[in-house]
Design a protein around this ligand. Structure first.
Ligand code: FES
Length: 221
């Protein structure tokens, strides 16, 4: 039985003054989310049901209504204490994922490293091309990559095609979480187990019928 996700988090910055190890930083992130009130964070509540802390800690599936997401919008929910990025991609974003130029920038464009379920080993790294579902933890040292979907001539780097930018040490990912070559992060962003039990409902933490995938099996979180 899936629980309804109670809140979406605002866009997050990955800036941190020191550079703690991966384990320390993940603990810090989890603690920060737990310790700061929803109002202070400006969370957008999307459902009145609030899963209990023990349910969330146990990693029970959570349901998210994605039917009203705008094209290009990202929302962030916590699952198993991890920020899960959910994006409703635009047609331009999907075109970008298939662009020879963008593909030439990537380290693992075909998702050959086990960082995703088998059902996300495709050019869009997802079940449905329109929806990206990613674990928002940089595979370098665990910072939180910033969502920078719009192409730019200058920002955050010259000739930016849109994607995720990690401000900690400059790692870059495309809009499917595929990491660029020659950046500190070694792997694509993980993809959690998920499926759509009905149109417009995203269930995070549960595989499609007949599929088996455990997030703990990825090469690197
Ligand atoms: S944590 Fe170092 S680039 Fe993301």
């Amino acid at each position: 039985m899936a629980e309804q996700a109670s809140a979406a988090l605002p866009p997050m910055s990955g800036e941190h003054a020191a550079e703690p190890g991966r384990r320390d930083f993940l603990t810090l992130v989890t603690g920060a989310f737990a310790g700061i009130g929803a109002i202070a964070l400006g969370w957008t509540f999307i459902d009145s049901m609030n899963p209990s802390a023990d349910v969330l800690a146990a990693g029970a599936p959570i349901d998210l209504d994605v039917s009203k997401m705008d094209k290009g919008q990202q929302i962030v929910v916590l699952w198993r204490g991890k920020p899960i990025l959910v994006v409703r991609r635009t047609a331009a974003a999907l075109k970008s994922l298939q662009s020879p130029h963008v593909i030439s920038l990537l380290s693992d464009p075909n998702s050959t490293v086990d960082q995703q379920p088998p059902y996300a080993e495709n050019w869009h790294r997802s079940l449905l091309p329109e929806y990206a579902v990613l674990v928002g933890i940089c595979t370098h040292l665990g910072c939180l990559p910033e969502y920078r979907p719009n192409p730019s001539a200058t920002d955050p780097v010259p000739n930016w095609p849109g994607g995720y930018f990690c401000p900690c040490h400059g790692s870059k990912y495309d809009l499917a979480g595929r990491v660029w070559k020659d950046v500190p992060a070694p792997f694509n962003l993980p993809v959690p187990p998920y499926h759509f039990p009905n149109t417009g409902t995203l269930r995070i933490g549960e595989n499609p019928t007949g599929q088996q995938f455990d997030l703990d099996s990825v090469v690197q979180m």
